[in-house]
Design a protein around this ligand. Structure first.
Ligand code: PLP
Length: 384
């Protein structure tokens, strides 16, 4: 049987070239970067060289790069370390990742003023909405570069400029765009930006928070003096080296990777319409430039009053060797309909029967054709 992995927004396989540079740091180069002896200095050199490479690729200074355990920690660090007094006002949107929404909830409980904007049907948040939400106390706005379920891209440069005109900091979660689109902080003009290596063929458990010089950052994790006291804990040297290599490869190969997934997504969407007609609604704005080209989100509304069981849909596809995601979180054993799909206005039943396809550099046209063929067979079976 064929197996087709179409869940790259969840995670990507590590690139063989990345693994090759990671391995020596898991074996013979095991020094602690804080030690003064030669093995320690070797590890320190690897960390600082990786920091310089990543900074150059992102358009920042090396001192503005803070290594974290991934996107979740980077988002938490950005938000909790800047919104740290009761009077501070924080603005975000209901379509953000949990890594932003849960910290926002906690801050609210602790007495901060938090505004969660409702996105439009496309997942977009407008400057007008921000304008209405702004107050004199607004200290930070956090809006993602591209939505991880819908793919929708936000005009981050304009939104960051807007925040600055009103004296607020701007953070963006760029976990779904870094390593795919051109993501440069000097171009976007943001104060903070999160990325995660496992989304661009790097190792899991490592990420970056870019923090512009001048932004005061209180550490979330305190201990040693690592990361200039912004993040305590012995550095994960192998993962950091792997992340730098993965980002470098992604930037160098961006044009090819982009062209490839764009063509595959067009093929996917066209074939889905041919096979399934208007049996599904499209949740991703597929017009050029409005979404990242590797994500396509569709949902199946109830037919003749009968909803489609989203969990069964995923399991049936799994049996056929097609690995996709529902865009739903698995909480306490049950699939909860996606908070993002509900935030953009889908009813619970339709939001429960959604599929997020996310394509990667190793996918082929045959993969797409196989997935569409199997999906339409599964849908036909389930609808009857
Ligand atoms: N933010 C977005 C938009 C994501 O898609 C993810 C990954 O699921 C995260 C944050 C969390 O990143 P990590 O898995 O590295 O903690």
């Amino acid at each position: 049987m064929r197996y087709v992995y179409l869940d790259h927004a969840a995670t990507t396989p590590i690139d063989a070239r990345v693994l090759q540079v990671v391995m020596p740091y898991l074996t013979e180069n095991y020094g602690n970067a804080s030690s003064v002896h030669s093995p320690g200095r070797k590890a320190r050199f690897a960390i600082e060289e990786s920091r310089e490479r990543i900074a150059a690729l992102l358009g920042s200074a090396p001192g503005e790069i803070v290594f974290t355990s991934g996107g979740t920690e980077a988002d938490n660090l950005a938000i909790k370390s800047v919104i740290n007094a009761p009077g501070h006002h924080f603005i975000t949107a209901a379509s953000e990742h949990e890594a932003v929404l849960r910290p926002a909830e906690r801050l609210k409980k602790l007495g901060s003023n938090v505004t969660v904007l409702a996105p439009e049907r496309t997942g977009a948040v407008t400057q007008q909405q921000l304008s209405q939400a702004m107050s004199e106390d607004t200290r930070l706005i956090s809006l993602m570069h591209a939505n991880n379920e819908l793919g929708t891209i936000l005009p981050i440069r304009d939104l960051a400029a807007f925040a600055h005109r009103h004296g607020a900091y701007f953070h963006t979660d760029a976990v779904q765009t870094s390593g795919l689109l051109r993501v440069r902080v000097d171009d976007l003009g943001v104060d903070m930006l999160s990325l995660s290596a496992h989304k661009f063929y790097g190792p899991k458990g490592v990420g970056v928070l870019y923090v512009r010089g001048g932004v005061e950052l209180e550490p979330l994790i305190e201990g040693g003096a690592q990361e200039r006291r912004r993040r305590g804990g012995t550095e994960n040297v192998a993962a950091v080296v792997g992340m730098a290599e993965a980002l470098d490869l992604a930037v160098r190969e961006a044009e090819d990777r982009l062209a490839r997934v764009t063509a595959l997504r067009d093929r996917l969407y066209t074939s889905l319409r041919q096979a399934l007609g208007d049996d599904f609604v499209l949740n991703t704005p597929v017009e050029e430039g409005r979404s990242v080209p590797h994500i396509l989100n569709i949902a199946f509304p109830p037919k003749d009053g009968r909803p489609l069981d989203g969990e069964m849909l995923l399991l049936n596809l799994d049996l056929e060797g097609v690995y996709v995601s529902a865009g739903s979180a698995c909480t306490s054993g049950a699939l909860e309909p996606s908070h993002v799909l509900q935030a953009i206005g889908l009813d619970r039943e339709t939001a429960s029967a959604a599929i997020r396809f996310s394509l990667g550099k190793e996918n082929s046209e045959e993969d797409i054709d196989y997935a569409v063929d199997r999906l339409s067979a599964v849908i036909r079976r389930m609808r009857n």
